[in-house]
Design a binder for this molecule. Structure first.
Ligand code: GLC
Length: 708
């Protein structure tokens, strides 16, 4: 993909001094401060800069004073391509995570849409808006597998499942990059690797990840990203088993480049080159630079560790110049692929902002998850009075989530405004004793309650909001909870007081309208959970694709096990509040029997690429048109190593009209039935496989096939 430029690059590199090569490995902060502009231009002129990051702070999302200035970017670029020693263009980077001016749902919400094609279209929208402002490169998608909602950055993840994460990686990268035509961005798969396993959900913390888990749980998303042609990867802050990832040749070279075949370049996370110093595996800054460049971290994000140390390290023969050349080559591959040499300057492009907002509203509605709907409380009737109360009725900024640098709260409708547009102001009361038989309670966490460096020790609903829920319940009216959170929250002690619960997440510029589209039946909810909702914080981590425990335990996941000696915890059943894949709609679906093309296949045929099909019919037996997400789970019943209870290996989402029967077909082969051994080799073994097809991971609807 990127190696096609290598001959040209070799020529460019042959003309570069060591100083200029090192300059390409240096990313500095963009600034509009007049005092620093001339200094930045001077560094560019000397060939000391490869990239600028358009951000002003190191903790993601809390960056209110960073900005983009197309004219100034073009001035910097003009210096680079006219006055620097070899006229190499700069690449401008920014954290365009889930939106630019139009903001889409936070990534964790998006992953609940199970709608990859819509996600890809939305990221194509985002690329248009960001590239029009002069941005070339974004630090997204974040692909960290996470099973711990205490971690503030779970909001940026694709959830707990490797298959969903792989589909998200593909959709986001294809949407962002396309074929690097005009209006596209270079994407960045991050954080490589294992950051989402930070112990106890504490940010930047230690992780223990076995190679077996690495290959089977954490790597699949990055495998998909590399297969999708991602241009860059970002190294992560964490250590794995006592080894700093960014300075580890095993992770940054052996796994990322040799095992996955990644050809682009690696940028460190913010200041991450210097982490070994604080982790006690480096004696000084030069040591850090030596370890990270030799490991395969190509570009230093804003730490100036490479620009300050690499020349001396080459002279002392601690770093080979060929190592520097390799890093420069990988960076120039991406700059050439992006077309920066032919078109270094940024120009505004024409895009359809209304289409972007429509897509954002569509994706928001498909990301929201209906968790409860007793007695068909929802949808609400438009001609009835409604009581609308709670701290999120007038909230704007938080609906955009914790990491938007260019979204504008003042452009974001709040829930009250959306309700007025939907049912009319005269029907809405803001008093808990209002003249209406239904209360809509708008609760949640603000955008400052999650994100980088914002972990929580307790994920239950705040006391203040609990009291409001109890007061609403005490009225005897129906209570509909609309919950605006970025992370899963523990609802065990409040769930009972709601008649209906819509998990609206932080779903971007059109959150409020998407909520009304669902509450008043314009569209049926169709989101499915991409992450398990624990009953309480103490049950974390709990995830559906766990390995099977040897003793009969009570509800490690799913229901009580037969003959359980005791609960996992003596203070309560530890099955999920809501399981992976769960979500309600306004209708009901009836599943037919699963049929398999074959139920016995030879190992050699499958290894040689043979596949087989499973089919199931699903009928909409309700009165609402709705989308069903049919999920395929695989259980390798007996293997040479322990395998998970169930693993998602396919899903299909389709609109089904009332009375309609729709056929769903899945194709399975080696990729769906095999697994990785801890040495990284892929294995398919003989034996029985239970293949489940249903509406969430607890489905018992299955068919058994045998590999002989
Ligand atoms: C932050 C984040 C990373 C982000 C980078 C640049 O610390 O960890 O995700 O892309 O720095 O802002």
């Amino acid at each position: 993909m990127f190696k096609r430029f290598d001959t040209l690059i070799d020529t460019i590199i042959s003309r570069m001094s060591l100083d200029e090569k090192i300059g390409q490995l240096n990313q500095i902060c963009f600034s509009t401060d007049p005092k620093t502009i001339d200094h930045i231009k001077d560094m560019i002129r000397k060939g000391q800069v490869g990239s600028l990051i358009l951000a002003a702070s190191s903790t993601a999302g809390n960056d209110d004073n960073s900005s983009v200035n197309r004219e100034l970017l073009n001035e910097f670029q003009h210096v680079a391509v006219n006055e620097s020693p070899n006229k190499i263009p700069l690449v401008f980077a920014r954290d365009v995570i889930y939106g630019h001016r139009t903001v889409y749902p936070i990534p964790l919400a998006q992953s609940c849409s199970f709608n990859s094609s819509l996600i890809e279209e939305c990221y194509s929208d985002i690329a248009e808006e960001a590239s029009s402002d002069g941005i070339h490169w974004t630090f997204s998608p974040m692909l960290d597998l996470c099973r711990d909602p205490r971690w503030g950055r779970i909001i940026e993840t694709p959830g707990e499942d490797p298959f969903v994460a792989g589909k998200i990686a593909q959709a986001v990268i294809k949407g962002f990059q396309g074929n690097f035509e005009k209006g596209k961005l270079v994407a960045c798969a991050k954080h490589f690797i294992g950051y989402g396993a930070s112990e106890a959900g504490r940010d930047y913390h230690h992780t223990e990840i076995s190679d077996y888990s690495l290959y089977n749980y954490y790597l699949p998303a990055f495998r998909s990203a590399v297969k999708s042609g991602v241009g860059t990867v970002m190294s992560s802050f964490n250590d794995i088993n006592g080894e700093n990832v960014g300075s580890s040749r095993f992770y940054m070279n052996d796994i990322l480049r040799e095992h996955l075949g990644f050809e682009g370049f690696v940028i460190s996370d913010w200041g991450a080159v210097r982490l070994p110093l604080r982790q006690g595996t480096a004696v000084n800054d030069a040591d850090c630079a030596e370890q990270c460049i030799n490991a395969g971290t190509d570009m230093d994000m804003v730490e100036s560790s490479y620009i300050n140390n690499l020349k001396a390290l080459v002279e002392e023969q601690r770093v080979a110049e060929q190592t520097i050349d390799k890093a420069v080559k990988r960076i120039l591959r991406v700059k050439l692929a992006k077309g920066l040499f032919e078109n270094p300057y940024c120009e505004a492009i024409v895009f359809d902002r209304q289409k972007h907002l429509q897509n954002s509203r569509k994706l928001a509605a498909e990301s929201m998850v209906l968790l409860k709907n007793d007695n068909k409380t929802l949808p609400l009737e438009k001609d009835k009075n409604i009581i609308l109360i709670g701290p999120f009725v007038n909230e704007r900024r938080s609906l955009l989530g914790s990491w938007t640098l260019d979204g504008r709260a003042e452009e974001t409708q709040n829930l009250y405004e959306a309700f007025c547009e939907t049912v009319g102001k005269e029907r809405i009361s803001n008093s808990i004793c209002g003249n209406a038989d239904t209360i809509v309670l708008a609760l949640g966490e603000t955008n400052q309650m999650n994100g980088e460096a914002h972990s929580l020790a307790d994920i239950s609903v705040t006391q203040e909001q609990k009291e409001l829920i109890l007061r609403a319940k005490a009225t005897g009216k129906r209570v509909v909870g609309v919950l605006f959170y970025g992370r899963p929250v523990a609802l065990e002690d409040v769930e009972q007081y709601f008649d209906a619960i819509l998990y609206a997440w932080h779903s971007g510029s059109c959150t409020a309208h998407a909520v009304c589209d669902i509450l008043f039946g314009k569209t049926s909810p169709s989101g499915r959970l991409s992450v398990t909702f624990p009953k309480k914080t103490g049950h974390i981590p709990i995830y559906y694709n766990a390995l099977r425990p040897g003793k009969t335990v009570n509800a490690y996941y799913g229901d009580v096990w037969q003959g359980a000696l005791s609960a996992c915890y003596i203070d309560g059943l530890a099955n999920p509040m809501y399981p992976f894949g769960f979500g309600l709609t306004y209708t009901e679906f009836s599943y037919g029997e699963i049929t398999a093309e074959k139920q016995e296949l030879s190992l050699s045929d499958i290894e040689n690429g043979e596949s087989f099909k499973l089919k199931v019919s699903v009928k909409n037996i309700g009165e609402f048109s709705a989308k069903e997400t049919v999920q395929l789970y695989v259980c390798d019943k007996v293997a040479s190593v322990m395998r998970p209870l169930k693993e998602l290996k396919g899903y299909l989402k389709k609109q089904i009209e009332p009375g309609e029967i729709s056929d769903f077909e899945f194709e399975l082969g080696k990729e769906q039935l095999g697994f990785y051994l801890k040495d990284g080799s892929f294995k398919l073994e003989k034996g029985e496989f239970d293949l489940y097809i249903g509406e969430n991971c607890l489905t018992e609807r299955k068919i058994t096939v045998k590999i002989i």
